[in-house]
Design a protein around this ligand. Structure first.
Ligand code: CP
Ligand code: NVA
Length: 310
């Protein structure tokens, strides 16, 4: 548990138990229903969220920004490259200074160690908006989306095909916490690293590695992938070559259960990790998934500010 008692960070799913995460998901559903009904409760009135982006973003940036505003709060959008931390100011000093100005920080930063340093020194909540290690806000939205369409994720066969990246790591944690059976199909070159293997080993058999994508997708209740080239990956051409057999096309999808949704956190690369007929087809939930980032972000913001009910 990296959260101390005074400050509620949202750094990784593993920092929480199922009850807490379920509470956040339930709140997200309630906030979503209210918004659809034209209601925008001012739960975060007077709160200011600073958002620091060391890397590019569309969904995370816009959903946190709009989410704060719809709940009555305000935002500051800061490019990491414009801040002194891009020269030589430490994350720790940055955290202490920011803690005197704003009410919470959401940060997208490559190094997970840097995220932990920032959170360790901050006296305000810090939210992980993606690191090379993990993307917990994304997987909360993914679970919300699956469950809205197909009911509880517990006991379901969830299949990930592609590269063992940050989104997958948060899925390994999420599947373990929520009791889903996660099957991971990657080529050897882009298989789970030691850190992820340790998480898999701690999953009580819920997470399995099945190299062959056909076997992994067979009878799946949900099929997922992500870009083959994550931010910071340098070997794009090599990746496209090695990962080609892991592309999700209609033939591969046809091995899953007939009503199995396809999900992808976006941005997508049609023709690489997924064909247009799958991502733009009727099994695809990618835009509901993207929308749910907004609702889940709001619930995470409420959680870190100590608001657990409407
Ligand atoms: N899925 C996701 O995090 O998208 P962005 O990189 O656009 O924020
Ligand atoms: N795995 C991707 C996710 C983007 C939202 C990346 O890290 O670039």
């Amino acid at each position: 548990m990296s959260n101390n008692q005074k400050v509620r960070h949202f750094l990784d799913l593993n920092d929480f138990d199922e009850k807490t995460l379920r509470g956040i998901l339930n709140l997200a559903l309630e906030i979503k229903a209210k918004l659809k009904n034209g209601e925008r409760p001012a739960l975060l009135n007077d709160k200011i969220l600073a958002m620091i982006f060391e890397q590019t973003s569309t969904r995370t940036r816009v959903s946190f920004d709009v989410g704060m505003r719809q709940l009555g709060g305000e935002t500051l959008m800061l490019a990491g490259s414009d801040m002194q931390l891009s020269l030589d100011e430490t994350l720790s000093d940055t955290a202490k200074v920011m803690s005197r100005y704003v009410d919470a920080i959401m940060i997208r930063i490559s190094s997970h160690e840097d995220l932990l340093e920032l959170a360790g020194a901050a006296s305000i909540p810090v939210i992980n908006g993606l690191t090379r290690r993990s993307h917990p806000c994304q997987v909360m939205a993914d679970i919300m989306t699956y469950e809205e369409h197909r009911g509880s994720i517990k006991g379901k066969k969830i299949t990930w095909v592609g590269d063992a990246n940050n989104v997958l790591l948060s899925w390994v944690e999420g599947a373990t916490i929520f009791g889903a059976n996660l099957y991971i199909s990657t080529p050897k070159q882009y298989a789970p690293n030691q850190g992820m293997l340790a998480q898999i080993a701690a999953s009580n058999g819920l997470v399995k590695i099945i190299e062959d994508p056909k076997e992994a997708v067979k009878d799946a209740d949900l099929v997922m992938t992500d870009t083959w080239v994550s931010m910071g990956d340098k070997d794009a051409d090599e990746r496209r070559k090695i990962l080609a057999p892991y592309r999700i096309d209609k033939k591969l999808m046809s091995l899953a259960k007939p009503d199995a949704p396809f999900m992808h956190c976006l941005p997508a690369h049609r023709g690489d990790e997924v064909t247009p007929e799958v991502i733009d087809g009727k099994q695809s939930l990618v835009f509901d998934e993207a929308e749910n980032r907004l609702h889940v972000q709001k619930a995470i913001l409420c959680y870190v500010f100590g608001i657990e009910k409407l």
